[in-house]
Design a binder for this molecule. Structure first.
Ligand code: LR7
Ligand code: MN
Length: 545
């Protein structure tokens, strides 16, 4: 009897100690949890409830089965670094390290700990994952696919569509197609990532598209937050926080959660701090972050919205610029872009392109960004050209179709984007250009403060002549004389032209683009011609410095 009691006490004590350890470990979990094929990854539970550690989601219990008939060992052994080869040569990352890691590994759950207790709808729609690749390393590509299969609820993965963008070895595509849910399409010639993604999207059968680069590793619950946001509003285009996989040792490193996508006038993408006012207003670290542009490679978008908005500009080649074109288009045509802090995906960031550009790297980037600037940036494209003078005169093909698309979708002007989405992007200081507005031998002048007229030009040096001013300051987008600006009274032909207090937000004053400018001048002429048509030689105005 005594022995039984002593045993019972011993068992209870051990259970109590284990329970205490378990509780303490759980409490620490947000800082130290790790994730692997066999480690913790649970769907959100009720707020305040703890995530059960160590429990596998049912779909990850036998990772081997995820790959079906696919022979992973043979696939990886089929292409290996030879002794003495430079491990960075072919992929611009350390291939030896990637191969050594194997196709699955534990990575840290880098989310804010509050993310783990969020709930997502149980009836989220499924998605087609689209991965385009050109000569990707076998081990990185397989890790991308496997991490998707292991760390996503299977019901959300309709299929994984690989587009082999004419890699040198067609076998990779064939072999990977043996993995359940994986389909691989091979391009008959090199198309570049933009046309390849469109090909993938056109064959996708799910209602939601998810794009990934070919050297990623998705993290715990990466997919649910993104699909949830798109399900709630199909015009949202969402991306995860993109964690860093070291190109040297393949360590998985958490990226800052305070960044969004930005750019400078040369259309160079950069990560930047969220503006301070927005940061202060963020009480909930799991909230979506509005972003002016996305990095481009990893995002989720409703398929019909992708199609409605004109997919991609398929005249862009190989790499680059498509992320700006898509971002401007989404914002200006009625959608929004956001980064979701509760979704994390690792990506191997590289310092150079490991592949060739048939037309050269610089020319391709210029062609693609010029197309984005010409179609979407209106008068602001001048800053792109000042920042990238070499772009002037370079071929960029016809943009007629994209301009038609922009008109058809009734998209807002770039000025709206500047004012509402990216007011932090500073417009370069403008030097005032002082000139006369000349038509034939006559110059546009003001008499007194607001009477406008045409008169003989008084010579380029004449600044003022008895209160008659013929000098105009062209400070984009306004034509000024001190604080008064040239304005039309309405957007109808023949409406009067007058002077009024300058206001860059007043569209009647804005020399928005040459069309508006000519509209302004023509209506000016219509008005004046009643008085002095015999003197007016042409309708074309020239600005003379
Ligand atoms: O000709 C090509 N054909 C391809 O299929 C060239 C590339 N590709 C594939 C390639 O194998 C890879 O899977 O396209 C994908 C992207 O190419 P990367 O990895 O060389 O591009 P990146 O990571 O340097 O570039 C970022 O910007 C690109 C601009 O065109 C694309 O939008 C990439 O998808 C994008 N990557 C990301 O956003 C991941 C985060 C990096 C950042 C910032
Ligand atoms: Mn990449």
């Amino acid at each position: 009897m005594r022995r039984i009691r002593a045993n019972a006490i011993a068992i209870l004590t051990v259970a109590w100690i284990l329970g205490t350890f378990y509780y303490l470990w759980q409490d620490n979990k947000p800082q130290s949890s790790s994730l692997s094929s066999s480690a913790s990854q649970t769907r959100g539970r009720g707020h305040g409830q703890k995530v059960v550690p160590g429990r596998q989601p049912p779909w990850a219990e036998q990772p081997g089965q995820l790959l079906g008939a696919f022979d992973e060992k043979a696939y990886l052994a089929g292409k290996q670094l030879k002794p003495g080869d430079d491990p960075y040569r072919d992929h611009a990352f350390n291939l030896q390290e990637s191969d050594r890691l194997g196709s699955e590994r534990a990575i840290r759950d880098t989310r804010h700990y509050r993310c783990a207790s969020l709930n997502y709808d149980t009836d989220l729609p499924s998605t087609s994952i689209i991965i385009t690749f050109h000569n990707e390393a076998r081990s990185t590509l397989l890790r991308t696919i496997k991490s998707v299969l292991m760390r996503s609820p299977p019901s959300l993965i309709q299929e994984i569509i690989l587009i082999d963008d004419f890699s040198s070895d067609p076998e990779d595509c064939q072999l990977l197609s043996q993995i359940p849910k994986v389909r691989c399409l091979r391009n008959a010639r090199r198309e570049g990532l933009i046309r390849s993604r469109v090909r993938g999207a056109n064959t996708a059968s799910a209602s939601i598209l998810t794009f990934l680069d070919s050297h990623c590793e998705v993290n715990a619950d990466w997919l649910q937050p993104m699909i949830q946001r798109v399900k709630e509003d199909h015009t949202r285009v969402v991306s995860p926080i993109i964690d860093v996989i070291s190109l040297d040792n393949f360590a998985y490193l958490a990226a800052s959660a305070d960044l969004r996508g930005g750019f400078d006038w040369s259309l160079h993408f950069k990560w930047e701090q969220i503006p301070i006012e927005q940061k202060m207003a963020r009480s909930d670290p799991t909230q979506a972050i509005r972003t002016p542009v996305i990095a481009g490679g990893i995002f989720v978008m409703d398929k019909s919205w992708f199609n409605h908005l004109g997919q991609y500009d398929t005249h862009m080649d190989i790499w680059g610029g498509e992320n700006f074109e898509l971002s401007f288009r989404v914002w200006m045509c009625g959608g929004s872009l956001e980064i979701l802090p509760c979704s994390r995906v690792g990506h191997v960031f590289r310092k150079r392109h490991p592949y060739d550009f048939p037309e050269g790297n610089a020319l391709t980037y210029i062609k693609n960004t010029r197309r984005a600037a010409e179609v979407w940036m209106d008068e602001f494209k001048q800053y792109y050209y000042s920042a990238r003078p070499s772009a002037q005169g370079k071929a960029f093909g016809s943009i007629a179709d994209r301009l038609t698309l922009r008109r058809k979708l009734n998209c807002k002007p770039f000025r709206w984007y500047m004012e509402n989405v990216y007011p932090e992007l500073r417009v370069p200081e403008q030097e005032a250009v002082s000139s006369v507005l000349k038509q034939g031998g006559l110059c546009l002048e003001t008499r007194g403060t607001d009477t406008l007229g045409l008169a003989e030009c008084r010579g380029i040096g004449a600044i003022s002549f008895f209160c008659i001013l013929q000098r105009w300051e062209l400070i984009e987008p306004l034509l000024r004389q001190q604080d008064l600006c040239l304005a039309i009274s309405a957007f109808t032909a023949g409406s009067k032209v007058k002077m009024e207090t300058c206001n860059t937000k007043e569209p009647r004053q804005v020399r928005r683009n040459s069309d508006y400018f000519f509209q302004m001048i023509i209506s000016f002429w219509n008005h004046l011609s009643l008085m002095c048509h015999s003197h007016v030689e042409s309708q074309t105005w020239k600005i003379w410095r």
